[in-house]
Design a protein around this ligand. Sequence first.
Ligand code: GDP
Ligand code: MG
Length: 597
Amino acid sequence: TDLAHIRNFSIVAHIDHGKSTLADRLIQETGTVKDRDMKEQLLDAMDIERERGITIKANTVRIDYRADDGQDYVLNLIDTPGHVDFAYEVSRSMRAVEGSLLVVDSTQGVEAQTLANVYQAIDADHEIVPVLNKIDLPASDCDRVAEQIEDVIGIDASGAIQVSAKTGQGIHETLEAIVTQLPAPAGDRDAPLKAMLVDSWYDAYLGVIVLVRVMDGVLKKGDRVRMMSNGSLHHVDRIGVFRPQMETIGELGPGEIGFLTASIKQVRDTSVGDTITHEKKGATEPLPGFHPSVPVVFCGLFPVDSAEFEDLRDAIEKLALNDASFSYEMETSAALGFGFRCGFLGLLHLEVIRDRIEREYGIDLITTAPSVIYHIYMRDGTMRELHNPADMPDLTHVDHLEEPRIRATILVPDDYLGDVLKLCQDRRGIQETLTYAGSRAMVVYDLPLNEVVFDFYDRLKSVTKGYASFDYQLTGYRADNLVKMQILVNDEPVDALSVMVHRDRAEMRGRAMVEKLKDLIPRHMFKIPIQAAIGGKVIARETLSALRKDVTAKCYGGDATRKRKLLEKQKAGKKKMRQFGKVDIPQEAFISALKMD
Ligand code: GDP
Ligand code: MG
């Protein structure tokens, strides 16, 4: 296709404003998918995505459209992931297109993620077409919302398209706006090949499928190509596009978006943002801005039932095939036995993987405290990375510790600013700037990543009723007074509950953890001390009192069936527990104990 007849775009929106529904309508209106094959939310593939309302992997669809000018256009829609853990993937997929539809629910108005997402689009120099959705609803107020878009975001919304993605009203106008208002891509057919690797995933039949945007040159079946980040060579055996199902074509020219397969075995051999060029007469300079995405949050995953270790290994290996940013290695814990130490891009990423293991593979898991990577400077001048608090070396050999810091940008309606500042302050944040965008405050904080990885995002959502948006980037490492805090249950250290904390906050964290654990651990026939300690020194302590003997006899008198039922229930409950010494600790205790609220 010649460049003038291509339009590449993404849709940016706050969650639930109708991004997926609009994509469905665009696909349907253009006859890309026959009506009888149409099912809701075509582009949202995985169950978890549907349930959580987020799209994790970028999806793409190529739409053929004959415009009112009588010409045939190719419209490529890339659906971008919508969560801060995947910020890098979002920024790369935004670079693969020239424009965005900015979808705003006309009954709600501009919200936090609207801003965060539209700023990503603006950063990528997109032309932006505002779309006011849900005009079929009585509460729709297009004038007010258009004005808000102008005030808060600062883009012209006078020509905003009024749409109901539900009824199909305004869909034709949206397609016309894509053709007339978004720019055609630039690119040089005769220049050396430069294709950006936008995404990749594993397919059981075809191996790794690589989504690419060709910037310059032409990519053909049979080409020998090189990944510029690592120099690896591949033979392209298939080129195609998504409609949205895969369809093979002969070549992808400049401005086009499609996929290639090249007998690549593992997703980890491909990195998002990389530049693909030809082996011979290739480009000398890669596309700018590439850096590999590396895991920043680590935790241990252990099977509740140790007999399921091999099943867990199998599940983790399969998931890793399809997710280059997820890393793992075997770990043994004195308390938990065999498991894996896994690395993730962030907490959502962790939750998604954990949920998939539990759901798709039916394995109950114990997840240990998430931790960031600390730098340990030893007395002998060497530096070690610490991925697991349990591996903290003997303090006599340690000179000092450094922890990763981030720059966090939070956008929040003025009313909630006080709560947000307090939250950041409580998490050892240092305020950098505070400015306003309309009635929203934009505050930038320098924060320790370790204070953010656990439940910062949840807390932020709850104190702002979901109206805050949050984005961060790693800035570097800084020394601080950090110590390892252990938890002892019945005088036995539970290494899976060890955490690194700032010394000044240790008492508070320790107290909170032992109090939580006291509620989470069921009573036993004996007294159980629960303690937090630094080195050998106990800094917080609770005691779980003993259960009175023969609880069933006491509670239920002589009723034999109820008694039996209670015992069965206790037995079932046991399955989700692990024994530590003589104490059963329920699975949820490992995560709940760490939540700070
Ligand atoms: P997303 O999170 O931005 O992808 O939003 P969805 O497309 O999943 O839509 C969120 C909810 O709004 C769903 O229940 C849709 O059926 C509904 N919805 C989307 N567009 C419209 C619309 O134009 N009118 C009405 N009444 N509901 C809509
Ligand atoms: Mg959606």
